[in-house]
Structures are given as structure tokens and as C-alpha cells.
Write a protein that binds this ligand. Structure first.
Ligand SMILES: Nc1nc2c(ncn2[C@@H]2O[C@H](COP(=O)(O)OP(=O)(O)OP(=O)(O)O)[C@@H](O)[C@H]2O)c(=O)[nH]1
Ligand SMILES: [Mg+2]
Length: 467
């Protein structure tokens, strides 16, 4: 055999056979002792890193397998449609997790109360200023009296507004009013609130372990509205129950966030030193979220795992939903029958019309062709109250015509509309599932969600998703 240059191969062969040498250690022949030491350390580190990568890959594989077997639910709907459902799932299937977050929701409820107080004070100010500047007002001094009382009240409540701004600095630094506050999705804001307001500040969060507990108490009070609310309870109750104030609110209809009136009607219970929010309070508390948040639950009784993804529903956030359409099995679509309301972010758009078109787009989405869609006509109680006030559907939806103006007829009418788009735009046929719900009815919501969970599990088993 010859090499290309013409010489024999044997003339290039090494004098020693490497395969017969002891195992190569990476050491060079003239290595010093320190170099040898450094080399051994580097090799040990490399082995450790390699094991860590293996463990990480294995963990990732396990997580992927777990996720594959879990039930994946996506909550969709416009802003304020009532996607408080992660709390419901926690309450129904992981109650101890729900329990741990109770202290956080106390502050959210208190912020809702502060926001509502501000709206009431602003509405009264507008009312009195308009009346006070009215040229035909005969007794100018008398007309100024309510404005002066209002100013006094604002002053006495000012510690609350100071605490509000402290809380905003940690929750939503770019915002100066809790009524417009939006927190970033994820548990970050809850941990921050817990750290600032929990009764026992952990030593790691104290900064100085020698700080006396009275100072810690003061720091806590800067972030905790409880004692100020308790001290001002009688003034707040008197203001909210004043028939004149109620008349002004009914006439002016200022926008009250979330379930503020529910909290204000119960203010004697809430403005208390030992106030702990009830399940109902937590479900009603309003905290606008920005971004997408995934909640992972393992059922405390049973073995099922859930991934529930909650999204921000304002129009500007809807583009962020698509990446979550990939492996979702079921969408719970929330659509309140708010035929007489407009979107907060665009006052030209009717809320119900927006929901209907959003539903149509979800039904038509190719990525969701195999996904189960469950429609919730949420806020049934609000629909009931609106119709009871005599608000006519046909005034807002001309095609409604002379159908009866009651909950049954209204629900039936809109159910047909949603069903029509479901059938017309779904790429492959799927059952139309629609429920009427009300977040305030915790018991029946839990029963309903248990039913939904069972049917998703059954469906997944049928399709072989879950082993
Ligand atoms: N009365 C009543 N209030 C409800 C109902 N469902 C939700 N709410 C309240 O409506 C407010 C808004 O609900 P959320 O669930 O926070 O709104 P969301 O859909 O998550 O809105 P974004 O986070 O902005 O997308 C909260 O104060 C809820 O307590 C209901 O059925 N009846
Ligand atoms: Mg939300």
C-alpha cells in the first residue's frame, strides 16, 4: 500500500501504538503541579456541569410529559368579562393555595374601596361645583356648605390616599390612581404585597435585624389601609348611606370599578381592624391584569393537573393570545350580556357586540379547530338588575325588536347569535356548549366547574391525550 506522495504508510506511523497506551488524561508531558491541579478541577467542573445539564434535560422532559397529560384550559374574553376563574379553580380544587393568598386580596379589596371613595368624592365635587356656580342660586353661602364639608372629608381621608400611592409605587409604579391600576401578570405583585403587608416581616426583608418591632409596625402601616379605614368607618358609612349622595350617583352614573358598590354596601364589615376577606370578597375583588399568566394546579383531592391560562382582555392585549393557542384543549370564553355598556378602552364600541365578534374570530381560528369551546354568559346578576331597572334591549340592539324584555328571552336571543357564529365559522364541527353564570354565586360556579373539568377529562381520555 502506498501513500499519495509515494512513500509507504509505515514510514509515517508513530513509533508507539496509541491504543496500547494508558488512558489519555489530557496532561501534557511538561505539566507543572499547579497546572495539573487546575486541570483536574476543570475536569471535575465539566463533569458537574454535564450532570446538571442531564438533570435539567430530564426535568424538562418530565415537565413536558406532565404537561402533555395535564388539562390545559385557556380563559378568554374582553376586559372585565369576569375571567376571575383561576380563583374559582383554586377555591374548588386547590383550597390551601387559595388560603395562602387571602392576605393579598384583603389589600386589593381595600384598594377597590379607596378607588370607589375617590369616584364618589369626585362625583359630589362635580355636582356641588356645578350647582355652586349656577347664577340663579339665591343663597350662595348655603350652596358652598356641601363643598366645604366635602373638602373636610377629603382631608380626613387623605391618609388613605397616601397609603394608596405607597401601594401603587410597588404594584404599578407608572400609575398614580388605583382606579386605573394594572398589574403585570405573574405572581410577582402578590409576593411584593405579602412582603410589605404581612404581620410578621421575615428577617431577610427587614433590612436591619435590629430594627425595633414598633418601627416595623410603622412601615407596615404605610402600606396597609386597615387602621385608617377602621378609624374613618363612620364617616365612610355616613357618606355612602346618605340618600342625597345615592341620588347624585344614580343620576350621574360615574364609572365604579368592578364590584365597588358591593364592597361599599358592606363597608361596616370591611372597614375593620380584624377584616379578613371572605371567598365572595376575593371573587369580587377587581385587579386588572396585563399580559398572560399561567396557573398550575394539582388537585388536592385526586391527581389531575391543570394548567389554566388567564389573559388580559383589553383590545391592545389580544395579539398576545395567539402563542397560547398551540396546545390548549379547552377554552372557557366569558361573555357578559352587557348590551347597554361600552368598552372602557373604546367608548364607541358596545361590549356585547365586541364579545360576539371576538367569539366569531375564536371559532374561526385554525389553531383552535380541535379545541373545545365553552361559552359562559357571565354576570347574569348584572343582566337581571339592568332589566329590572327597565332598560330596554331594543334601544341598544334594534334587531331585538319586540321580544320580551326579560332574562330568559334576552339570553335565548343572544344564545342563538353566538350559536350561529359557532356553527358558521368553526372549521370542523364541534358541540355548542353554553352556560349562564354569575361569579357571585360561588356554590353553583364550583359545581359547574367540576362538571366542566369532568367533561374535559372524559374528552381527553377519549382522544388518548391522557394515559
Ligand atoms: N356582579 C358580578 N360581578 C362579576 C361577575 N363576574 C365578574 N365580576 C366582577 O367584574 C370585575 C371584573 O372581573 P375580572 O374577572 O377581574 O375581569 P377580567 O375579565 O379578568 O378583565 P381583564 O383582567 O381586564 O382582562 C370583578 O370585580 C369581578 O368581581 C358576575 O358574574 N357578577
Ligand atoms: Mg383578569
Amino acid at each position: 500500500m502506498r501513500s499519495r506522495e509515494g512513500g509507504t504508510l509505515t514510514q509515517y506511523a508513530p513509533s508507539v501504538n496509541p491504543f496500547q497506551q494508558p488512558r489519555w488524561s489530557g496532561a501534557s508531558p511538561d505539566e507543572t503541579e499547579e497546572e495539573a491541579h487546575a486541570r483536574v478541577l476543570a475536569m471535575q467542573q465539566a463533569v458537574k456541569t454535564s450532570k446538571e445539564i442531564d438533570a435539567w434535560l430530564l426535568e424538562g422532559k418530565k415537565a413536558f410529559e406532565r404537561r402533555k397529560k395535564a388539562v390545559k384550559i385557556l380563559l378568554l374574553g374582553q376586559s372585565e368579562s369576569g375571567k376571575v376563574r383561576p380563583s374559582y379553580f383554586q377555591l374548588a380544587f386547590a383550597p390551601s393555595h387559595f388560603e395562602r393568598e387571602r392576605s393579598v386580596w384583603r389589600i386589593v379589596v381595600q384598594l377597590n374601596v379607596i378607588g370607589c371613595m375617590k369616584t364618589v368624592l369626585d362625583a359630589l365635587q362635580d355636582e356641588y361645583e356645578t350647582n355652586g356656580t349656577h347664577p340663579s342660586n339665591p343663597i350662595e353661602e348655603t350652596s358652598k356648605a356641601p363643598l366645604r364639608a366635602l373638602r373636610r372629608l377629603r382631608l380626613s381621608l387623605s391618609p388613605l390616599f397616601f397609603i394608596e400611592s405607597n401601594l401603587l409605587k410597588i404594584l404599578a409604579p407608572e400609575c398614580d390612581d388605583c382606579r386605573n391600576m394594572t398589574v403585570r401578570a405573574g405572581a410577582g405583585w402578590k409576593a411584593l404585597l405579602q412582603a410589605k403587608t404581612s404581620p410578621f416581616i421575615p428577617s431577610s426583608a427587614k433590612g436591619s435585624s435590629t430594627r425595633p418591632s414598633s418601627v416595623q409596625g410603622l412601615i407596615r402601616q404605610e402600606y396597609d389601609p386597615t387602621s385608617v379605614l377602621a378609624a374613618q368607618r363612620s364617616d365612610i358609612v355616613a357618606l355612602w348611606k346618605d340618600p342625597e349622595v345615592q341620588e347624585i350617583l344614580t343620576r350621574r352614573r360615574p364609572r365604579l370599578i368592578g364590584s365597588s358598590s358591593y364592597f361599599m354596601n358592606d363597608i361596616e364589615r370591611i372597614a375593620n381592624l380584624d377584616y379578613v376577606p371572605t371567598d365572595s370578597d376575593i371573587i369580587r375583588a377587581r385587579m386588572k391584569t396585563m399580559g398572560v399568566e399561567e396557573h398550575h394546579f394539582i388537585m388536592e383531592k385526586g391527581t389531575s393537573e391543570f394548567y389554566i391560562t388567564d389573559v388580559g382582555g383589553t383590545r391592545s392585549q389580544r395579539a398576545t393570545w395567539a402563542p397560547f393557542f398551540d396546545d390548549v384543549q379547552c377554552i372557557l370564553f366569558l361573555a357578559p350580556l352587557a348590551f347597554d355598556e361600552v368598552l372602557e378602552e373604546d367608548s364607541k364600541v358596545n361590549r356585547l357586540e365586541d364579545s360576539l365578534y371576538l367569539w366569531r374570530d375564536i371559532c374561526a381560528n385554525k389553531l383552535l379547530a380541535k379545541c373545545h369551546l365553552i361559552l359562559f354568559f357571565n354576570k347574569r346578576d348584572v343582566l337581571q338588575a339592568t332589566l329590572a331597572r327597565g332598560v330596554q334591549v331594543k334601544k341598544y340592539v334594534p334587531t331585538y325588536g319586540d321580544n320580551a324584555n326579560d332574562v330568559t328571552a334576552v339570553t335565548k336571543y343572544f344564545r342563538e347569535k353566538f350559536k350561529y357564529y359557532h356553527k358558521k365559522t368553526s372549521i370542523q364541527s364541534r358541540p355548542f356548549m353554553c352556560h349562564e353564570t354569575s361569579a357571585i354565586d360561588i356554590k353553583s360556579m364550583s359545581v359547574l366547574l367540576t362538571g366542566v373539568r369532568e367533561s374535559i377529562l372524559r374528552q381527553s381520555l377519549r382522544e388518548g391525550d391522557i394515559m
